[in-house]
Design a protein around this ligand. Structure first.
Ligand code: ADP
Length: 260
């Protein structure tokens, strides 16, 4: 039977229109929720180092200045809190620029082996204090060329290697390997540290997510390192994976486009 209802077409159009608007409203609600949670997280994270620094400085003003030893201890604690605040603000700016897509990636031919060696040198102080051994393994000797944003991919490698050292054991070993595949370079950063409990694994890339809050903060972490890593790699169309075994260690892996 032929449908002769003259309003059917209009009805269908209204239905499609309402469904579209509903989708837009849902998206706006989601963004608003995200913005609210982000603001709450950020103010919470900012408060911690500010309160700590305030506390030390007020105690000094209130009289602890007389004892030279106490004074130095409090001053260095206040400075440490402010350094943490500085790192946090820098990471926040980087992350928010990445999240809003404000930054344009500058893709070029980059030598990943050279970048890794540079990072090893920059981490010299931390690794020698902890007696961590850093090793780079490549398929062939010499440069390993990939298509990447040099500065940002260095940030990715730095965050992963720093974490491996920071959360790894004393006398631990960190292995960065750059394996040549047909079209890609498979990058992996492996440590033999305590590992990450399986129930936390899927969440470590979320901003401010830390497995052990106090331990991570003690080690100067902002809780944003892996969120930044994930965003930068997204912009390189690369997916990062993590594998971890308790008491055995953790491995992060991703692939970048190879360049000749
Ligand atoms: P943070 O600034 O706290 O280091 P990240 O985003 O870099 O923040 O890492 C998130 C959390 O993941 C860390 O707090 C730590 O608990 C865990 N983590 C990251 N890398 C490792 C690793 N190599 N071994 C063990 N735990 C790790």
């Amino acid at each position: 039977i032929k449908n002769t209802n003259p309003f059917k077409k209009l009805n269908d159009e209204i239905f499609v229109y309402v469904a579209k608007k509903q989708k837009e409203i849902d998206e706006l609600k989601r963004l608003e929720q995200f913005r609210r949670e982000f603001l709450a997280d950020v103010s919470h994270e900012l408060k911690t180092p500010i309160f700590a620094a305030q506390g030390f400085i007020h105690t000094l003003i209130d009289g602890a200045v007389d004892d030279e030893h106490v004074r130095d201890k409090f001053l260095s604690k206040a400075a440490k809190s402010l350094d943490g605040l500085d790192a946090l603000v820098k990471d926040l700016v980087a992350l928010s620029q990445l999240e809003t897509g404000e930054v344009k990636m500058n893709f070029e031919r980059v030598d990943l082996a050279h970048i890794t060696e540079e990072i090893f040198e920059q981490l010299e102080k931390v690794t020698s204090a902890k007696h961590t051994s850093l090793r780079l393994r490549t398929t062939n000797p010499g440069p390993v060329w990939v298509k990447a944003d040099a500065q940002r991919i260095k940030q990715v490698m730095t965050n992963l290697i720093e974490n491996a050292v920071k959360y790894g054991n004393e006398n631990g070993r960190v292995l960065v390997s750059l394996e040549e595949e047909k079209k890609h370079i498979l990058v992996s950063v492996r440590d033999d540290g305590p590992g990450i409990p399986p129930e936390h694994l899927s969440r470590i890339f979320e901003r401010f997510y830390r497995v052990e809050k106090s331990r991570s903060k003690d080690r100067g972490g902002t809780g944003l390192g892996l969120a930044i890593v994930k965003h930068i790699l997204n912009a390189h169309k690369a997916k990062i994976t993590v594998m971890s075994k308790l008491e055995k260690g953790t491995t992060f892996r991703f692939k970048l486009d190879k360049m000749d």
